[in-house]
Design a protein around this ligand. Structure first.
Ligand SMILES: [Fe+2]
Length: 270
């Protein structure tokens, strides 16, 4: 690993424990089942990530393997916040399985898990994103792509999907159920919150056509995250940068850089 960011959270855990947060691995694998343009695209993207990562001595796959070993050695829970795959190729699905299968981790997706090409050129973006998400669910039935949580030593660890720049109704419903338990919550999602919203505008989503009701529910979820002091920390990726921002509640939104550059975050919860 090139860098391990250390973060300490004093939240009144029954017993201290550790979390290893990784994000944005950007695997760029293809195989004979993938189309020629995807193979060419991922070849170019491989070069991009080598450059962005300052030509790190290890590949994204090797950093992913190292993170799994680190988590097991440190007795830390591994939490992965998406963009493990640079695009949804068969090669990347198989490489993700090769590395992750048999190891314990929590996972929430990023937009790249569902991408096959530049989404701005899509003729039918809604059908594309919905179909792509269904394929992702079918390829990784071990992960709940909307929402998952674990209570560890009296602290509620939650992975909530916002990979398409909004929180869906199912994610909000389950978040409220967990919030009602009254435990401190450490939340993990792919997209950070730099403004009052995610990356999208108040009533416009870059990826998919949303109804007024969709926006209402997503904004409700964002309001809960930003204002509830029980959400003691919010860990994200997406930006490939190390950034911290204070939310209205006083809690911090942490952005963890991409694992492709050999960077991860060790969180000590006390
Ligand atoms: Fe990313």
């Amino acid at each position: 690993m090139q860098k391990v960011i250390h973060t300490v959270l004093n939240v009144g855990a029954e017993k201290p424990f550790k979390i290893l947060h990784i994000t944005d691995v950007h695997l760029t694998f293809t195989n004979e089942k993938d189309s020629e343009d995807h193979i060419a695209l991922e070849k170019r993207r491989w070069d991009t990530f080598r450059k962005e990562g300052n030509f790190p001595p290890m590949s994204p796959s090797e950093y992913f393997e190292e993170a799994i070993r680190m988590a097991e050695e440190l007795d830390a829970l591994l939490v992965v916040t998406g963009d493990v795959m640079d695009i949804q190729t068969q090669g990347n699905i198989e490489e993700f399985h090769r590395i992750a299968d048999g190891h314990d981790m929590m996972f929430t997706p990023g937009g790249h898990e569902m991408q096959k090409r530049c989404h701005r050129t899509l003729e039918e973006p809604d059908a594309y994103w919905i179909g792509s998400r269904e394929k992702l669910k079918a390829a990784f039935p071990e992960f709940d792509m909307d929402f998952s949580n674990r209570i560890v030593n009296g602290v509620n660890l939650i992975c909530a999907d916002n990979s398409l720049d909004y929180y869906n109704a199912e994610t909000l419903r389950r978040f409220k159920e967990e919030q009602a338990k009254g435990l401190p919550i450490i939340l993990f999602s792919h997209d950070p919150m730099r403004t009052g919203h995610l990356n999208c505008k108040e009533s416009w989503c870059e990826y998919i056509t949303l109804t007024e009701e969709d926006f209402k529910l997503s904004h409700e979820m964002i309001g809960l995250i930003r204002n509830d002091p029980k959400v003691v920390a919010y860990f994200t990726g997406h930006s490939h940068a190390e950034i911290e921002q204070k939310l209205e509640s006083g809690s911090i939104c942490y952005e963890t850089p991409g694992l492709y550059a050999g960077i991860c975050r060790l969180i000590e919860v006390r």
